[in-house]
Design a protein around this ligand. Structure first.
Ligand code: G4P
Length: 286
């Protein structure tokens, strides 16, 4: 579900998140492990301010494992705790509660000094559309199923779930906008399918994806399209798209190659990781 962001809508969303933030101790920021830069909201740090944060590198099943490790180190250097997760299968989710405890350790220690035994930590989920917020919440809730019953002082309309010992999660995630005014960000979001195809020229997008992929030359991509004997790096990306279309027999009447169909197929296969586990954005130089 792609959201159209308007200034008024953004202000409203921001306010909603700000009011939810008042109810929580920490924030879980979900990003896409394939595009850890473009899938982040530019204003989040300012919005969250000094609340502890855990970064969930989601869809890590589709990202390059080495790259994901590098991103975790990158965040670590910024004093941020990041963990790889796959909210489709649930892999990595067992590390979530321990990660929250890590980022909350100072506060928990202080509360304990004040005499509070096992204080309850409350968290909320934030992220841009399509990163997997609902998948995360569903998986966590299904696993633990405990709904927190009406508690005095809790604003009506807010539902909490106990997802681990002394850990409660707000049922509704904060939906944030991406940095959509940046052309590269827009392209990378479109590669992953996070933004609607209709707003971009599909063939142009496929060409841009090929510009990137032909340099990387992932083995799955090469074998899938039988490009072993081609010098892919030095083939113009539009020609490469035609080549791929031809290999798949995507022709229109007259024998010409149906590049639009080829583009749709290429993007589709990239989005489902059939071309390999590909991370588009790397931490180097950031
Ligand atoms: P949102 O709430 O942040 O908007 O995201 P949502 O959970 O709806 O997830 C968006 C899409 O990403 C869904 O696919 C979901 O299944 C998929 N997804 C979420 N987490 C992961 C993950 O870790 N790995 C993989 N491979 N996919 C993930 P969809 O095509 O919209 O739906 P469906 O095909 O699952 O039915």
């Amino acid at each position: 579900q792609t959201i159209q962001w308007f200034p008024g809508h953004m202000t409203k969303t921001k306010r909603q998140i700000q009011s939810s933030l008042k109810l929580v101790d920490a924030v879980a920021e979900i990003i896409d492990a394939r595009i850890p830069v473009s899938s982040r909201n530019p204003d989040l740090a300012k919005l969250v301010q000094n609340k502890p944060r855990v970064i969930l590198l989601n869809k890590c099943d589709m990202a390059n494992q080495t790259a994901t490790k590098m991103w975790i180190d990158y965040f670590k250097k910024q004093n941020l705790v990041a963990i790889p997760v796959d909210c489709k299968s649930g892999r990595g989710l067992d590390k979530f509660a321990p990660a929250v405890n890590t980022v909350m350790s100072h506060k928990i220690a202080r509360l304990k000094e004040k005499g509070m035994v096992n204080p309850t930590i409350r968290i909320m989920i934030v992220g841009i559309p399509n990163v997997g917020k609902s998948s995360f919440i569903n998986k966590m809730v299904k696993k633990n199923r405990a709904k927190v019953e009406d508690r005095p002082g809790v604003t009506r309309g807010n539902q909490w779930y106990t997802i681990a010992k002394n850990l409660e999660m707000l049922d509704t995630p904060g939906v944030l906008w991406p940095k959509f005014d940046d052309k590269t960000v827009g392209e990378h979001l479109a590669f992953t399918g996070a933004v609607k195809d209709q707003i971009l020229d599909i063939e142009l997008l496929a060409v841009r994806l090929l510009d990137f992929i032909k340099e990387l030359k992932p083995a799955d991509f090469i074998t899938r399209f039988k490009l072993e004997n081609e010098d892919v790096e030095n083939i113009d990306s539009y020609e490469l798209l035609k080549m791929i279309g031809k290999k798949r027999g995507m022709l229109v009447s007259g024998g010409e190659i149906d590049t639009e169909r080829a583009a749709i197929m290429l993007l589709d296969e990239f989005r489902s990781a059939k071309l390999g586990r590909i991370t588009v954005e790397m931490p180097q130089g950031r």
